[in-house]
Design a protein around this ligand. Sequence first.
Ligand SMILES: Cc1cc2nc3c(=O)[nH]c(=O)nc-3n(C[C@H](O)[C@H](O)[C@H](O)COP(=O)(O)OP(=O)(O)OC[C@H]3O[C@@H](n4cnc5c(N)ncnc54)[C@H](O)[C@@H]3O)c2cc1C
Length: 334
Amino acid sequence: MLIHENFNLQPHNSFGVSARSKYFSSVRSLEELQLALQYASERRSPIYVIGEGSNVLFTKDYPGLIIKVALTGVQIDQESGVVRVASGENWHNFVLTCMNAGLHGLENLALIPGSVGAAPVQNIGAYGVELASFVKHVKGLDMSTGKTFVLNASDCCFGYRDSIFKKPEGAKFLISEVTLQLQLDWAPNLSYASLDKEFYEDPVETPQRLFSIVCRVRRRKLPNPKLIGNAGSFFKNPLISVTLLEELKIRHQDIVWFDTDDPNIKKIPAAWLLDKLGWKGRKNGGAEVSATHALVLINAAKATGKEISVLAQRMVASVLDEFGIVLEPEVRIL
Ligand SMILES: Cc1cc2nc3c(=O)[nH]c(=O)nc-3n(C[C@H](O)[C@H](O)[C@H](O)COP(=O)(O)OP(=O)(O)OC[C@H]3O[C@@H](n4cnc5c(N)ncnc54)[C@H](O)[C@@H]3O)c2cc1C
């Protein structure tokens, strides 16, 4: 195991911002992980875990050890549909592997950048599907005690872009392996309106077709982080009370909202709020709000992490001012 000092994090975050960490280690086995943890503990160094860095924003140098999880391996049981996958595997490749093995359900989550290990952290979701519906167990190491943990889906407290791993009690959990129950019979989830439209305009009823439509829609809508630094949607869609929605409808007759499981709570597309306030294309230094998607902040011209976070703070302040709604970042800001 190699520990790098004064390490350049620019290639390890999809915003492509400049930042360095005091120490950095890419761990390929649980033994290497233990050694890295020991190294940090001997130096009383803080630790932060990353996968592929597509949901983090470094606003300054990190004063401790960054552990990049590079554990690999996929075990598929085709009879039961149960799949065990190591956390360092690339998410999109994993979706493809499962589909090719005849196991289904993940097609709507194709092309989400990042690693398998980060997927339960924010309960990744897209086009009407969330990871939580497939999780059997999440396994890993509690870095505060050195003990292993195995959590079942309900222990993970999954919510909308949320889980125990984002809360203080799970913040020290390093995920090493995820076990999913996938579908043996394919039943496409077309609950997301635009997907439904695309699918029926050009119907070929196979999982491969759904997979390629999802990839096509995503490529059309979202900037490729390999070409333009970004982290996808910067903010979560806010949940508000029906009372607030009724108040807002008086001033904004065109407001868009979605029902949730709770009849008293409605979800508002953050992109609608930001678009309404004219945020598309606005800048702060090298940071910019995408001209085509108000929820996506981009590194347009050698932006610093600070410039991106200041732009995000201004967006939050303007939404609060106009709508009385607090936008919460989806991206982890360091
Ligand atoms: C263009 C684009 C589109 C996107 N679209 C979507 C989308 O449709 N839906 C969606 O949900 N997300 C989306 N995202 C966000 C991102 O892809 C996901 O959050 C993804 O799961 C991040 O994976 P990562 O490995 O890059 O995580 P990182 O950015 O490395 O880490 C994210 C968080 O997870 C933690 N973490 C990472 N690995 C582990 C581990 N092994 N154990 C414990 N904690 C860990 C980190 O500490 C950090 O808090 C998009 C991002 C981009 C750039």
